[in-house]
Design a binder for this molecule. Structure first.
Ligand code: DMJ
Length: 648
């Protein structure tokens, strides 16, 4: 723009009119804001790092394979384009992040079925492009091992069965002797059948059922994969003895689950739902088809790990292997709860394929996390897959962090208590959590606050309520003098989460509840009031019941059943609700697949005897898919401990 003095017009200063000066200043300040703002949206790059990071921070913390590093150095740290999207860990949109600008996902599914509030935000997955080094070089989807990921599929299923301590389905499918408990269990089974039948009638082959509009929902979390509710339901149907339904599900997986999709998926969601669902279906039934499918899918996830550090990015194109970071994740970072929730499934992929590549990938993540400096011993939620450094100091046991902690203790348990590193990391993390996050409210409720660079946010998410169960399953293996303390802590957290339910009009809990401004386990913001059929509170009831046999947990579970029946059951399925405090509910029109895999499964187990999927033999992944304890010595030797006199 050229400024010049106009004839006949009084001028001041440099010969510019006041209005011209004003326009110029406006332009200048706009330019500065734009340049400064742009820095926040740029992902890791050498240039940025030179400006903002210290020398050490700009050096990748490398525990990835040498090849990965060399590859990175060869290419230089390219600045990936960074389109912006919004979702929280696990692909769930946080309302806070929602305030940011959006760009549509590139998947076709993304163009369909937009949700508008609360739980509907789940599908609001706007993907960001922060291309991985490998993808930008056009690498194909192949395993990083030369011979491909799947080498030897001669896993001996019969031997595996012999290495279990007990029959998976117990003596009589966990049938409780007490008539009231049996009746309650039958009710849960009926709910599962109802949810399933409606899904089958109105949404068969789609990912989820929309029960109000009686149609299917695809969404964009699974990269073009379909049938999420089917894969998520296989093991629930099987353990409930709903065999016609299970057989329909199995047939669909065999004939219609197309793994050659070419869309962009959440690595985390595909892993916990599809990989987890297929693995547990295989281990429970011995159907080879499930194993074949899961091995094909597992191999497609490997390119996500081709980053300078080996920390995978959050989004992967299942066809091309290109991967991206979530647009909303600060500076192209990866999310703790996402890359930290792969361990159980990947160890089993290695078990089944006899190919160590999967275990190698997750052990590499473990190694980096073990080595990196942790503020106050805590694990922040965002980590750069390029530099291997934390990107922000936000710590949460709820969304963004949660299942990382869960997988530490479960890795230890699933390794037949041989994975000492996981054990050590879990108990140290728990110690740091107790020292920094665990709080007592004025009303005496124990809760886990969130931590932002040392400042506490006195809020607990529904997602964080899984932690009662986590703490109780780890109670026995900590220091002996802490055992009772862990049992008490688990009970207190579970009690608080129950309070968040009982203080609402519907007796269902909100998405997040607070302990400030006079609030005690209640949501204070409108945007936190929804309930999307989540399982975490019931999950903790189930573990607390198994480990203490205190009848109150079954009573609390039954309260939840009644509330679900009263407020979430609609004519054609179950739906989330928008406000747990409203007397007259408004439904969100979504039957989440985790309702079938988790909420109803945990309720069923709560009302079953302990010999249905005994905890000595099975560890549940974060989507409640049971995975067996790996008894290496037994599997590699002649041994077998299964008492053949007990039936299945
Ligand atoms: C599930 O997909 C898993 O439990 C995950 O770990 C958290 N979110 C949902 C259920 O709320």
């Amino acid at each position: 723009m050229v400024f010049r003095k106009l004839p006949g017009v009084s001028a001041s200063g440099m010969g510019l009119r006041l209005s011209q000066k004003f326009v110029f200043l406006l332009f200048l300040s706009g330019l500065v804001t734009l340049c400064f703002g742009a820095l926040f949206f740029l992902p890791d790059s050498v240039r940025l790092k030179r400006i903002f990071l210290s020398k050490t921070e700009s050096q990748p913390v490398t525990v990835g394979s040498e090849n990965d590093v060399r590859e990175h150095l060869k290419k230089g740290a390219k600045d990936p384009e960074h389109l912006r999207g919004i979702t929280s860990a696990k692909g769930e949109t946080s309302t806070k992040l929602k305030a940011l600008s959006r760009k549509p996902s590139v998947t076709n599914e993304a163009k369909t079925d937009k949700k508008d509030a609360g739980g509907e935000a789940l599908e609001d997955m706007m993907l960001s492009r922060s291309k991985t080094e490998s993808a930008s070089k056009g690498e194909k989807v192949t395993s990083s091992s030369n011979q491909g990921a799947n080498t030897d599929t001669s896993f001996d299923y019969n031997k595996f069965k012999k290495c279990l301590l007990k029959p998976p389905l117990g003596i009589e499918h966990g049938k409780p002797s007490d008539p009231q408990t049996l009746q309650r269990r039958e009710k849960v089974k009926e709910m599962m059948k109802f949810a399933w039948d409606n899904y089958k009638s109105f949404a068969w082959g789609k990912n989820e059922l929309r029960p109000l509009t009686r149609n299917g929902h695809i969404g964009n979390m699974f990269g073009g994969l379909r049938g999420a509710s089917i894969v998520d339901s296989l093991d629930t149907l099987y353990i409930m003895g709903l065999m016609d339904e299970y057989n329909d599900a199995k047939e669909w997986v065999e004939t219609s689950l197309d793994l050659n999709s070419n869309g962009e998926a959440s690595l985390f969601e595909v892993n916990i739902r599809y990989v987890g669902g297929l693995l547990s279906a295989y281990y429970l039934t011995g159907e080879e088809m499930f194993k074949r499918k899961v091995m094909v899918l597992g191999e497609k996830l490997l390119p996500a790990f081709n980053t300078p550090t080996g920390i995978p990015r959050g989004v992967i194109n299942l066809g091309s292997g290109t991967s991206w970071s979530w647009g909303w994740a600060s500076a192209g970072s990866s999310i703790l709860a996402e890359f930290g929730t792969l361990h159980l499934e990947f160890v089993h992929l290695s078990e089944l394929s006899n190919n160590g590549i999967y275990t190698e990938k997750v052990m590499n993540i473990r190694k980096l996390l073990n080595k990196i400096e942790k503020p106050h011993g805590l694990y922040p939620n965002f980590l750069s897959p390029v530099s291997g450094n934390w990107v922000q100091h936000h710590v949460s046991i709820g969304g963004l962090g949660d299942s990382f902690y869960e997988y530490l203790i479960k890795s230890y348990l699933m390794s037949d208590k041989t994975d000492e590193e996981a054990k050590k990391m879990y108990y140290s993390a728990l110690e740091a959590i107790e020292a920094n996050l665990v709080q007592k409210s004025p009303g005496g409720l124990t809760y886990m606050a969130e931590w932002r660079g040392g400042i506490l946010d006195h809020k607990m998410g529904h997602l964080a309520c899984f932690s009662g169960g986590m703490v109780v399953i780890g109670a026995d293996d900590g220091a002996p003098e802490k055992r009772q303390h862990y049992l008490d802590l688990a009970a207190e957290i579970t009690h608080t989460c129950h309070e968040s339910y009982s203080r609402s009009a519907t007796k269902l809990g909100p998405e997040a509840f607070r302990f400030d401004g006079g609030a005690e386990a209640t949501a204070t913001r409108l945007s936190d009031r929804y309930y999307i059929l989540r399982p975490e509170v019931i999950e903790s009831y189930m573990y607390m019941w198994r480990l203490t046999h205190d009848p109150k947990y079954r009573e609390w579970g039954w309260e939840a059943v009644e509330a679900l029946e009263q407020h979430c059951r609609v004519e054609a399925g179950f739906s989330g609700i928008r406000d747990v405090y409203a007397q007259t509910v408004s439904h969100d029109n979504m039957q989440q697949s985790f309702f079938l895999s988790e909420t109803l499964k945990y309720l069923y187990l709560l009302f079953s005897d302990d010999d249905l999927l005994p905890l000595e033999d099975w560890v549940f992944n974060t989507e409640a898919h049971p995975l067996p304890v790996v008894r290496k010595r037994c599997l590699q030797g002649e041994g077998g401990t299964h008492d053949k006199t007990t039936s299945e």
